[in-house]
Design a binder for this molecule. Sequence first.
Ligand SMILES: C[S@@+](CC[C@H](N)C(=O)[O-])C[C@H]1O[C@@H](n2cnc3c(N)ncnc32)[C@H](O)[C@@H]1O
Length: 210
Amino acid sequence: MKMVVRNVYLSDGMLVTKSRYGSHYGEKVFDGFREWIPWRSKLAAMILKGYTIDFRGEEIILYLGAASGTTLSHLADIIDEGFIYAVEYSAKPFEKLLELARERTNIIPLLFDASKPWKYSGIVEKVDFIYQDIAQKNQVDILERNTEFFLKEGGEILIMVKARSIDSTAEPEEVFDNVLKRIESRFEILKHGNLEPYHKDHLFVHAKLF
Ligand SMILES: C[S@@+](CC[C@H](N)C(=O)[O-])C[C@H]1O[C@@H](n2cnc3c(N)ncnc32)[C@H](O)[C@@H]1O
């Protein structure tokens, strides 16, 4: 088994996280590890494509668009000494997210609209990192608003962009160029790239606040 990044390993080509918890979304569990399926998680796809983020494990993270907690469950394995504020506005996936948060001590579930950060600003403190995967037309606006409210100076973001959600008629490259220009105006871009073959027409952007 080869270590990739804190609590993340490659086992015979399979990405896994070290975990003391059971299966959350049908992934295999064996000997204290959980399979991390790249077709189900953009973060897993990014890591399998060779780009990793050196989490220390004690960060405070704001996760926007946590859905039912697939990726969140693995991020919570990695950030085992920190905690994650997980925002989701859709009640159905939130039920499953609540189940996850009940068994984990490092997830704070928040049923809120991420485009209105002032509504949860009394709960969420300043964070080291914002992870955003919400597939919305205005997702960069939402990222900027949350950055203003919550991101510490020098903090980092990782945003997953779905071209068709932003503009279903434009070429993905054109959409991605516009997104990168906007992010560049406030952040130093550390890395960006696509998530093929796991997720078509998606871009990840990892950046640091100036
Ligand atoms: C692509 S899914 C997220 C998948 C999840 N990040 C994972 O990897 O396990 C996008 C989620 O963002 C949520 N979402 C979209 N707009 C939102 C908003 N304004 N506020 C909160 N959640 C939002 C959707 O309800 C959906 O569950």
